[in-house]
Design a binder for this molecule. Structure first.
Ligand SMILES: [Cu+2]
Length: 213
């Protein structure tokens, strides 16, 4: 068996979920970090797309955030209402990463069509001092957020605690990462996707996750 093919086969065997098609083409690049990464958390990475995915358990912290409608809400109550949750962290004045993450959520809602009503999309601001509820409403409108997509702000402490709970806190908003988190239902692990996932990829991930429920 050619070396490349055997690596691809090894990857395909070891990785249960994925954006698999890109892995075959980039197996050569991926193999360098393969042993390290897979030992740690079964994550994998595609050099071509820069996307890596892992399955992680996070404890949802008992925090109060402020929803875009101005209401103080409990994070666990918002997150654990039984619906699948799609989560990201954004700030409204970002001109690089966040608009792309939000476009992906927008595309996800559009592609899911009527089924979008079954998924709770949550975007938590990492710049809560600037991102007032009114700003979040404007931002949500810009991305045609449907009724099931809520944006949250709150105190700086609460935002940081939320970021820490999902391992996305990187000290300041300028050094944030493109991270998308997906969970089938309360108590289940999260799928953590790092990198710029497309709406199609996200719908595929969602279908796989819900189908496996
Ligand atoms: Cu950003």
């Amino acid at each position: 068996m050619p070396r490349r093919a055997s690596i691809a086969a090894a990857l395909a065997g070891a990785i249960s979920i994925g954006i698999g098609a890109t892995l075959v083409g980039t197996a050569h690049e991926a193999v360098h970090s393969m042993s390290d990464e897979m030992d740690h958390d079964m994550s994998h990475q595609s050099a071509a797309t820069g996307i890596s995915k892992s399955t992680v358990r996070y404890r949802v912290p008992a925090l109060t955030l402020v929803r875009q409608d101005g209401r103080p809400v409990s994070l666990p109550a918002e997150m654990d209402d039984g619906r699948p949750v799609l989560l990201n962290f954004i700030y409204t004045t970002c001109t690089s990463i966040c608009p792309l993450l939000s476009q992906t959520f927008e595309g996800f809602q559009r592609k899911l069509g009527r089924d979008a009503a079954r998924v709770h999309l949550m975007s938590i601001s990492i710049d809560p001092e600037q991102d007032t509820p009114a700003r979040l409403v404007d931002y949500a409108r810009k991305f045609h957020a449907g009724a099931e997509w809520q944006h949250y702000t709150g105190t700086l402490e609460a935002s940081i605690a939320a970021q820490r709970a999902f391992d996305v806190y990187r000290g300041d908003k300028m050094s944030h990462l493109p991270v998308t988190l997906l969970r089938a239902s309360p108590g289940k692990p999260w799928v953590r996707i790092e990198g710029f996932v497309t709406p199609d990829d996200l719908v595929r991930e969602y279908d796989a996750l819900i189908g496996a429920r």
